[in-house]
Each structure stands twice: as structure tokens, then as C-alpha cells.
Design a protein around this ligand. Structure first.
Ligand SMILES: Nc1ncnc2c1ncn2[C@@H]1O[C@H](COP(=O)(O)OP(=O)(O)O)[C@@H](O)[C@H]1O
Ligand SMILES: [Mg+2]
Length: 430
């Protein structure tokens, strides 16, 4: 199969050298059983790639089992992956097969592999090396014949260095590594792919696409696309459906680039055109309403995530002083500075935040910058707390302040109640 046919068949668009390289590599490895590690940011096409590799392989008639290791709670991941025997733990009323057994003869796609707990990593290593595993609660070794594709958006080698990922598992996964380029790394693909998406959605929603302005084109290229192709596709769909855009100008486009500016909630979205025949509740009306609800829900969700990110960034970054920033490695420093700029955080304004003067202490003593943080003091040391610890701290503070009233706590935190519930659950604070 040649590259263009492959791209058409699996919907992996682009003509940049970077994507061509990836596609050639996919076509090379798919006929083999070799383990593949896909690395790349969210939305660059890791799922699509895994599906394509399976579909092109000799194993295509058997299962492709997709496991999001980051989404399975730590307590049950082992039994999800390897299955369990009846009575292995409270509630295990039946024996159950795990994903590795389901994938026998086929492919298993371990997404977000960097999120696997260490005690499970050692079991993954064993099954990857010789196909052997134990069901939870069983001492009988079982075997499975699977092809493994793993993916991560984290830097696994960094995780090996900081001790959170096993080195032996890293090398086992590293046989063929594929870096899926972000859109920023292949800017020449942005406009053609966007154009294709808009055309497809226009056809689907019965609209006619008439192109975009030069300014809009420039913005498409210069925007950072933190959500990569997933975001590009969403923006194209929203423009077609919500804006009824036929010609895309820069002002309309701007509204939907959420990583760029943080305004606009679903409430500000224009209504989809009301039906003109007012009371005729045709099937079409309902479809349209359903679609609108789904869109609003999606935009809300994205705003929630944006809010949360901003809240944490504001808190953490406001505890940094110029000196702290200067001490960071250059690459991180640039990233942090950019984030801070994006979020309009002015260091000079915030660098003394958290410095508390003692009662009666009138002399303006200079407090060493490293001691100037209420948050760090709370966590009892010089170490910068993790974002998760910080989040838990904030959530507890807010709940305490409002006597456990979740609505008020979530309002104060600037997140939705739904997000708060999810967090409480995640951290076992419920
Ligand atoms: N090269 C590409 N061309 C066209 N669409 C793509 C491409 N890569 C990804 N997509 C689309 O972008 C979205 C996100 O892709 P996905 O594989 O889920 O990304 P990831 O798993 O890396 O987060 C999907 O809708 C997918 O169809
Ligand atoms: Mg994915």
C-alpha cells in the first residue's frame, strides 16, 4: 500500500516531512509483532495510529483491546489488566478475564502507560517479556499472545530518572519509538488539514464553505494548538455549526481558540438558528437541539479544564520569585515564563505574595525569597509541593471555609461542581 492510500484509509492527514516519516514507520512496523511506543502530546493521533497499526497487521481479525492506564483507579488496575479469580477480593463474586486475556491473538494498546503504578509495572514487564501473567488471587501462571502498543504524553525517560517508571520496562517498550509531531512542529499541515475538516463538516451540516481571510489563516498558523489535531477539528466543527460560518474571519476564529485567551463560556455561545415554523416539533428540530446541547456541554467541559489549569497555575506561579524562575533549567524557564505571560501573571506584583509580616514587626525586614511562601510553609518544608497536593490543599481549605458546602466551595475555586465531585472522588476526600 502506498502512503497516500494509507493516509486516506486511516484518516491520518498531512504532507509535511514529519508526518510522512511517521506514516512510513507505521507501515514498516505494522506487519511485525514488534512492540511500539508512541510518544506525543494529547490530540496528535496516538489512538488513530494504534488502530492503524492493528488494522494493517496479521492480527487484525482478532481483538484490539484499548486500555487507558491513566483512567483506571490504582486499586483495580491489576485485576482489570490480568483478570481475577472468584473470591480474590471482596466483591469478586465471579472470576473474570482481564484485558491481556481478551487480547490473546490480537493487539493490546496501553494508553497513558506512564500512569501505571509501579507494582503493576513489574507485572507488565513479565507479560511483555514472555507472555506470562497471573490472575489476581491465582497462583497458576497463564500465557497470552499479544502484540503491545503503548502510548504516553509524558517523558518516560524523565520518569525513569526520577524513579517513577521502571528502567527495565522502559527499555522493553523502547524497541520502536515513534514521536508523533505536534501541530506546532508541522505548521505547514495546519491550513490544509483545517480546510479539509471545514469542508467535511460543511458537507455534513449542509453548509457551503467559502474560504477564510488572510488574517484568519495567519492566526491558524501562529496559534499554539495545545490540543493539536483534536482541537483543530473541534474548532472547525464549531465554526461550521455554531457560527454557521461559510467565510471564516479572524474575529470569529479567535472566539474558539481557548488556549489563546480565556474568555467566553458556553453561555455566550450564539443560539443555533431557531426553527422558523415555530411550533412544528419535527425530528429535525430535536436533532438540532440535541446537537446544541452536546456542543454546549463540550464547551463547558473545556472551560472547566481551562479554569482549573489557570487556578493552579496562578497559585503555584504566584509563589515563585524572580530568583526561583531564574534558577530553573532554560527549557522549563521559557515554558513557565510563557505560561505566566499567557495568564497575565506579573512577577513583580506577585513575588512577595505569601510573605507574612509578624505582628508588631514594623521594620521592613527583607525576607529571604525562599522563605516567602505560605503554601510551602503549610507543606512543612522547602520542597515545592506537587500540583496534586496543592489542589487537595485548596479543595480542603475551600470546603472547610464553607462547612462542606460543595456548591460554594466550587464557586470559590472557580470550578464547576461536577469537577469538584470528580476531584473529591479522585483524591478519596469524599
Ligand atoms: N494526522 C491526522 N489527520 C487527521 N485527523 C487526525 C490526525 N491525527 C489525529 N486526528 C484526529 O484528531 C483527533 C485526536 O486523535 P487521537 O488519535 O485521539 O489523539 P491522541 O490519542 O494522541 O490524543 C481524532 O479525532 C483523530 O481522528
Ligand atoms: Mg488518545
Amino acid at each position: 500500500m502506498d502512503r497516500e492510500v494509507f493516509q486516506e484509509q486511516f484518516g491520518l492527514l498531512g504532507t509535511s516531512p514529519e508526518i510522512k516519516h511517521v506514516i512510513d514507520k507505521i507501515m514498516q512496523v505494522s506487519k511485525t509483532d514488534i512492540t511500539v511506543l508512541l510518544q506525543g502530546e494529547s490530540g496528535v493521533g496516538k489512538d488513530v495510529t494504534a488502530r492503524a497499526i492493528h488494522a494493517m497487521s496479521e492480527r487484525k481479525r482478532n481483538n484490539l483491546v484499548i486500555v487507558n492506564c491513566g483512567a483506571i483507579p490504582e486499586g483495580i488496575i491489576e485485576s482489570e489488566l490480568f483478570g481475577h479469580e472468584k473470591g480474590a477480593f471482596t466483591g469478586a463474586n465471579e472470576s473474570r478475564e482481564g484485558y491481556f486475556e481478551k487480547a490473546n491473538g490480537g493487539t493490546i494498546f496501553l494508553d497513558e502507560i506512564g500512569d501505571t503504578p509501579k507494582n503493576v509495572q513489574v507485572k507488565l514487564l513479565r507479560v511483555l517479556e514472555n507472555g506470562e501473567f497471573f490472575k489476581v488471587g491465582s497462583s497458576k501462571v497463564q500465557t497470552t499472545d499479544v502484540r503491545v502498543i503503548a502510548a504516553t504524553n509524558r517523558d518516560l525517560w524523565e520518569m525513569v530518572k526520577d524513579g517513577s517508571f521502571r528502567e527495565d520496562l522502559y527499555y522493553r517498550l523502547d524497541t520502536v519509538q515513534m514521536h508523533l509531531p505536534s501541530l506546532r512542529e508541522r505548521q505547514e499541515d495546519i491550513v490544509p488539514i483545517f480546510r479539509k475538516f471545514v469542508q467535511e463538516f460543511s458537507a455534513k451540516y449542509d453548509s457551503v464553505f467559502k474560504g477564510f481571510s488572510d488574517e484568519a489563516r495567519e492566526l491558524l498558523i501562529s496559534y499554539r494548538w495545545p490540543g493539536n489535531i483534536r482541537e483543530l477539528k473541534n474548532v472547525a466543527e464549531q465554526l461550521v455549526v455554531l457560527e454557521k460560518s461559510q467565510f471564516i474571519d479572524v474575529e470569529r476564529l479567535k472566539k474558539y481558540l481557548k488556549g489563546r485567551q480565556h474568555e467566553g463560556s458556553a453561555d455566550n455561545l450564539p443560539m443555533l438558528a431557531e426553527s422558523t415554523e415555530s411550533n412544528s416539533k419535527t425530528q429535525n428540530d430535536f436533532d438540532r437541539r440535541d446537537r446544541e446541547l452536546v456542543f454546549r456541554a463540550l464547551v463547558e467541559l473545556r472551560n472547566d479544564i481551562g479554569d482549573l489549569k489557570e487556578m493552579i497555575a496562578n497559585l503555584v506561579y504566584s509563589q515563585f520569585s524572580q530568583k526561583d524562575i531564574k534558577a530553573l533549567p532554560p527549557a522549563v524557564r521559557d515554558e513557565v515564563s510563557r505560561e505566566m505571560r499567557d495568564m497575565n501573571i506579573d512577577l513583580s506584583e506577585h513575588s512577595t505574595l505569601g510573605v507574612q509580616s509578624m505582628p508588631g514587626d514594623e521594620t521592613q525586614q527583607e525576607v529571604p525569597e525562599s522563605e516567602g511562601s505560605a503554601l510551602l510553609n503549610f507543606f512543612g518544608g522547602d520542597d515545592i509541593p506537587s500540583i496534586e497536593a496543592t489542589e487537595q490543599f485548596l479543595i480542603k481549605q475551600a470546603l472547610e471555609k464553607y462547612d462542606g458546602n460543595r456548591r460554594k466551595a466550587s464557586e470559590t475555586l472557580g470550578i464547576s461542581e461536577r469537577t469538584l465531585y470528580r476531584k473529591l472522588d479522585q483524591y478519596g476526600l469524599a
